[in-house]
Design a protein around this ligand. Structure first.
Ligand code: CU
Length: 165
């Protein structure tokens, strides 16, 4: 009688592990990191767009080619720097977690002509902690099998205690 009962409980226990795996699937993830491209507009003296808003984790890519004038993008506090002004630039900078804020940058040769820009980095949403007990109303079976699982554990533990004592 007892071995059969134990076997039944072990089956339920296995089922509960499966339930755990299912409910541990990714909850709501923050949106995928984005890349925003900043180029140079047709006046040759303006960034396009000159003002962008991104989220922590996103990348700003300064990208232009075949320009009439050489340009670069240098953050006022040296946070990023695409290097020497060039007609071909492909420079990416990623704003990691904790870098939220406002960043002003210029094209060095054309800053006085107004070739400046602003990047606003918004804080990423806080990471959601894993729920302690992933049991909800729509998984009643998981709840039942979890209970059965703890019963089996109690059975095993008490069995061991008797055996040792
Ligand atoms: Cu420029």
């Amino acid at each position: 009688m007892r071995p059969l009962l134990l076997l039944g409980m072990l089956v339920l226990l296995a089922a509960s592990f499966q339930g755990d795996l299912t409910s541990a699937s990714p909850v709501e993830q923050a949106q995928e990191p984005q890349t925003v491209v900043v180029s140079v507009d047709s006046t040759n003296l303006r960034f396009s767009p000159s003002s962008v808003t991104v989220m922590e984790g996103d990348t700003v890519r300064f990208f232009w080619s075949g320009q009439a004038l050489p340009h670069n993008a240098v953050e006022n506090n040296g946070v990023f720097d695409s290097g020497d002004p060039a007609r071909e630039v492909d420079y990416s900078f990623t704003f990691e977690r904790g870098t939220n804020g406002t960043y002003e940058f210029v094209c060095e040769p054309h800053a006085s002509a107004g070739m400046v820009g602003t990047i606003t980095v918004e804080p990423a949403p806080a990471l959601e902690p894993e729920p302690e007990t992933p049991v909800s109303e729509d998984t009643p079976f998981a709840s039942v099998s979890l209970t059965a699982g703890s019963m089996v554990l109690a059975y095993i533990v008490s069995g061991r205690r008797h055996g040792n004592g």
